[in-house]
Design a protein around this ligand. Structure first.
Ligand SMILES: [Zn+2]
Length: 844
């Protein structure tokens, strides 16, 4: 990879004064930026993108400059190196790209409105003002913003507003910070505020399309999260306020701008009176994630983007640590086990995946680094391993030292390991090296060889993989005391198995608690011992058993047919984590059946068998005061019973629909999606379609919107599918930020797949123009990959995407995705008969 120059090496800014005049009507930004800094040589470069530069002055004198758009640069010739004040005037267009400074659109009482906000990570600050747009180039900022202001409009930013002069709103000087964390927003906002125990003002802001009560949940979680972090980190929140702002158009999930965190509306506002528990949990973890960043990421920032994982992995772990502390009854780590863990294990098993830590220079590749399953999920699991190893006391002590040493500055992974290692008196860095620098993870084979219990590690692959002899330092967490804490070698012999088994009095197990990033392949004797005592396992261990067997089946190391019998054994388990793992395997089985075949009928019977007892126990209506596990398990059971075409379930759902026809939004949020989907599938009509689509356009409740989307995209009617796809490019109905979900829904629908696939191929250029600069863009390809399973689709996928292999940021994704579909097609071919036979046997 070519080494690009970091502009920070040439020019070190210390202070910016940025004045922006934003005209929404003309879609024009006029800016004036002065930068105090030190030039290390006379010829310097600073960043800009899509700015029309008018003048550049240095110390009050006009100086020559050139603009290099390919390098996002303004090249400036100074008289000499040394301290300098640059003053630059420019204009820039206000575009709908969801990057830089951009408008969000929404309606209140039929009136179309705009809210202007910002998104500067990774490198879009350069679209708003010139400067050294690199995380290491920390400086202080004076921000002033003027706009075509209407009565009642509010403007907010990282720091409190100090004064208004000539229409410019001046904000207090920031602390030393990175450019990508600058943020502001203005429009017709509503807000609710509270103060933490330590005096930090916490606020939630949203458009007036929301009911005021929709801000309450976020406000409570934000306040308590900040209080938690101040205590856990033993470091005060560094700013006077912490604003949370919901933006109607937002490409990522949320963004940790210092003091002004921005969110997708779905991740901030919710109706406290009718929102499912899993949605509340998700929103709470997103808020806790962003607030974890206020210290880890904002106060101390990665030196360069190659350490992006440092920010994201850490925040991803801390969101669970924080929510577990403030809402202990939620058992939020279970969500980690059912979402992050399987995502990381699946993605990380494909050859060609990135390591957590990656070298990166090219801006387009920086965005491709946000591989969520690796940088967020796997990285978090690495840190969970560290936490388990060193304990919370050392973690907290190490973090406090880390913040003290690097606050208002930058750090690398090595700095964190040094601080944690010092606190724990352990060489944390050495152990983490094998996990962060190498892609993939090991399968540990446990077998009895000549009477000796033996462990071996090898890299685990789903699909073809080149074994390159990678080894890991694996925390084994066994229930047998003869097992070392960490496995460093390729193989280890533990001693006579019969003696060990007698002494322990229970089956041999590894990775108890499922906190280390590896899977276990037990030989038949050891596996039989575990499964014959399976009912004694705790819920996480049952999840783990199903999860590891599922992965081994995906990796062709055992047959899915061997996993099927376990499903019926665990089907009545009340624990959500068990049902999550169970229905994940059951969902995999759908790939082995052809639509409308006898095999499909048999699989539906299996689904009925799996779900019927729990359906009778839980019913369709959430009960007041029922256990969290019951609330969270019900959706799995209802979904299964509807897939099974259970007559009673279909009838009940239809009755619930009919009885609530004039107030569908008030159906319980836990079950609403199933009632709507059932209606569209079995009792659908153009009138129902129109009614639901209109409700989708009107509601400000993101979870109701999502329910309608799921319901509509499940229609079997080709004409209605055509009507949905016709809305894909109509931002007034389907916002670009929400399009992927719609596309996925139609593509996953057997009756809609062809239309959706044709659409994305025909209109790829439109898609690239609309969301192409977005860090989530590649996930459109991932979505397709998650669904395709036939040789024909594989060939079409290759024909379409292989010519795009050289597109920066897409190369790795396309290569990996071809491998994933190839592997799935081969697995279905080789396993189809055995799986369907096992399903037949299970329904007898
Ligand atoms: Zn984050």
């Amino acid at each position: 990879m070519t080494e690009l120059t970091h502009f920070y090496d040439l020019f070190k800014p210390s202070h910016y004064a940025i004045a922006l005049d934003i005209d929404r009507e003309k879609k024009l930004i006029s800016g004036q930026t002065t930068i105090d800094g030190t030039a290390t040589q006379a010829a310097i470069s600073i960043h800009q993108k899509d700015l029309a530069i008018e003048t550049v002055q240095a110390n009050g004198e006009t100086v020559p400059f050139t603009v290099d758009n390919a390098a996002d640069a303004i090249n400036i010739s100074l008289k000499a190196a040394g301290d300098v004040t640059l003053a630059i005037t420019y204009t820039a267009p206000l575009t709908d790209s969801m990057m830089g400074i951009y408008p969000s659109y929404y309606e209140v009482a039929g009136q179309r409105k705009q809210l202007i906000g910002t998104q500067f990570e990774t490198n879009f600050a350069r679209q708003a003002f010139p400067g050294v747009d690199e995380p290491e180039a920390k400086a202080t900022f004076d921000l002033a913003v003027k706009f075509d202001e209407q009565p009642g409009e509010t403007i907010i930013a990282n720091m409190p507003e100090e004064r208004v002069v000539d229409g410019y709103h001046y904000f207090a000087t920031t602390v030393r910070m990175s450019t990508y964390l600058i943020a502001f927003a203005f429009g017709d906002l509503q807000s609710k505020l509270m103060t933490t125990k330590s005096g930090v003002q916490v606020g939630v802001f949203a458009t007036k399309a929301h009911q005021p009560k929709e801000l309450d949940f976020a406000l409570d979680i934000a306040k308590r999260s900040i209080e938690f972090y101040e205590d856990f980190y033993q470091t005060p929140y560094p700013l006077p306020h912490s604003w949370q702002l919901a933006l109607p158009d937002f490409s990522a999930g949320a963004m940790e701008n210092w003091g002004l965190v921005t969110y997708r509306e779905a991740y901030l506002t919710l109706d406290p009176d009718n929102t499912a528990l899993d949605t509340k949990q998700l929103v709470a973890t997103v808020i806790a994630h962003e607030l974890a960043h206020q210290w880890f990421g904002d106060l101390v920032t990665m030196k360069w983007w190659d350490d992006l994982w440092l920010n994201e992995s850490f925040a991803n772990m801390m969101e669970y640590v924080a929510i577990d502390a403030i809402e202990p009854d939620w058992h939020i780590w279970e969500l980690f086990q059912t979402s992050d863990v399987p995502a990381a294990l699946s993605r990380d098993a494909t050859d060609g995946v990135q390591s957590v830590h990656v070298q990166v220079e090219n801006p387009a590749e920086i965005d491709a680094l946000f591989d969520a399953a690796i940088v967020y999920a796997k990285g978090a699991r690495m840190l969970v391993m560290v936490r388990a190893l060193i304990g919370d006391n050392a973690l907290r002590q190490g973090l406090k030292a880390y913040f003290e040493a690097h606050q208002y500055g930058n750090a690398t992974g090595a700095d964190l390991w040094a601080a944690l290692g010092e606190a724990a008196k352990m060489d944390v860095g050495a152990m983490m090296q094998s996990w962060l620098e190498q892609p993939g993870y090991p399968v540990v084979t446990a077998s009895v060889i000549d009477g000796q219990l033996t462990l071996k590690q090898a890299q685990f692959f789903i699909g073809d993989g080149q074994a390159t002899g990678r080894q890991w330092q694996i925390p084994l967490n066994s229930n047998y005391s003869a097992v070392p804490a960490i496995m460093k070698d390729q193989a280890v012999v533990l001693g006579n198995y019969d003696d060990l088994r007698t002494a322990a009095g229970e089956p041999f197990r590894l990775n108890v608690g499922n906190n280390s990033h590896f899977i276990v392949k037990y030989d038949q004797q050891l596996l039989d011992d575990i499964t014959s005592h399976a009912e004694e396992l705790d819920a996480i261990s049952k999840l783990q058993l199903l999860q590891d067997l599922r992965l081994l089946a995906e990796g062709n190391q055992l047959s899915y047919a061997e996993v099927v019998p376990l499903l019926t054994r665990f089907a009545d388990d009340p624990a959500t984590v068990v049902n999550a793992a169970l229905y994940r395997v059951a969902g995999d089985l759908k790939r082995f059946v052809t639509p409308d075949s006898a095999d499909e009928t048999a699989l539906k019977q299996l689904y009925n068998k799996l779900s019927q007892t729990q359906l009778a126990r839980l019913g369709w209506t959430p009960k007041k005061g029922e256990a969290n596990d019951d609330q969270l398990t019900r959706p799995y059971v209802l979904s299964a019973s509807l897939y099974a075409e259970n007559e009673a379930a279909i009838t009940t759902a239809h009755q619930l629909f009919t009885a609530n026809q004039d107030r569908l939004a008030t159906l319980p949020a836990d079950t609403r999606v199933f009632i709507l989907t059932n209606e569209v599938k079995h009792f659908g009509s153009q009138a129902l379609f129109d009614e639901l689509l209109e409700a989708y356009r009107q509601t400000s409740d993101a979870s109701y919107k999502a329910d309608i989307r799921v319901a509509l995209t499940s229609t079997p009617d080709p004409e209605l599918i055509r009507q949905i796809v016709a809305q894909f490019e109509n931002a007034d109905t389907i916002k670009p930020q929400d399009l992927r979900g719609w596309f996925r829904g139609v593509l996953a629908n057997d009756k809609g797949q062809q239309v959706a696939w044709d659409w994305i191929r025909n209109d790829w250029q439109w898609l690239e123009d609309t969301v192409g600069g977005d860090m989530e863009f590649t996930t459109y390809i991932t979505v397709i990959t998650g669904i395709f399973k036939t040789a024909e689709r594989l060939a079409e996928f290759k024909a379409f995407f292989e010519p795009k292999l050289n597109t920066p940021g897409l190369t790795r994704e396309i290569k990996m995705d071809i491998r994933v579909i190839e592997t799935r097609v081969a697995l279905i071919n080789s396993e189809k008969a055995a799986v369907n036979e096992a399903v037949q046997a299970a329904i007898q």
